[in-house]
Ligand binder design. Sequence first.
Ligand SMILES: [Zn+2]
Ligand SMILES: [Zn+2]
Length: 267
Amino acid sequence: MKLTVVGMSGSYAGPQSPASCYLVQATDPNGREWSIVLDLGSGAFGALQRHIDPFDVDALAITHLHPDHCSDLSGYYVYYKYHPQWGTEFSDRNPIPVFAPTDAADRFAVAYGLEDGESMDTQFTHVPWKCGSTVTVGPFTIDVHEVNHPVEAYGFRISGPSEHDPSRTVVLGYSGDTDDCQGVRDIARNADVFLCEAAFLEGRDDGIVDLHLTGKRAARIATDSKAKRLILTHIPSWNDPEITRAEARNEYAGETHIAEPGTTYSF
Ligand SMILES: [Zn+2]
Ligand SMILES: [Zn+2]
């Protein structure tokens, strides 16, 4: 499995990174590479094109409907519909499955400004998440867990073949946006890579509950859940990521990274 950080800026696009977006890829036994995009936040659709042709994406998995996780779907729609060479008005390409919260199709239509009677159905097949369910995309299985955020929000536990030994299954846990809860702990349990948000700072945001994690609390979850590697993400540009890293190092003994835009992690 390969995880490419397309965007890691928390809450809005920053000067060095788009908002949340991750490309996850793995190859099936027939040699076909499959690609899932986790979240498509503000500014992410541009950076995504550095890593993949948007027509080659097999599915989108959206954690929740805050704009820093989904607003660039409008741009994806334009690209898919009107691309002069490959747009779906001119070809028989299938719609891309978009796994997302319940109201996503309506929200995306309003965000783009579709007229009554118009839909994105030719471009996207909307599939609402069902909590506790498992979704299969090529060699991936995605276990969906509800997490602790003010809107309908999910995190994912994604299983797929190892990049180094395809006979072995590895797990990527992605927190989405959350405070500590059972869901994010289930996501992180024994994960090979735990990609976890850390939007808050200790000593500054302690009084705010049910919204985000700090580096310290993300690392505590990683330790308790025995995650093998921790990648901290969703860090707003008003934070110093080195403070987040230092918070985490005091709580978690394993390998710890700050998500780096454009970096690919293979495991
Ligand atoms: Zn967010
Ligand atoms: Zn959010």
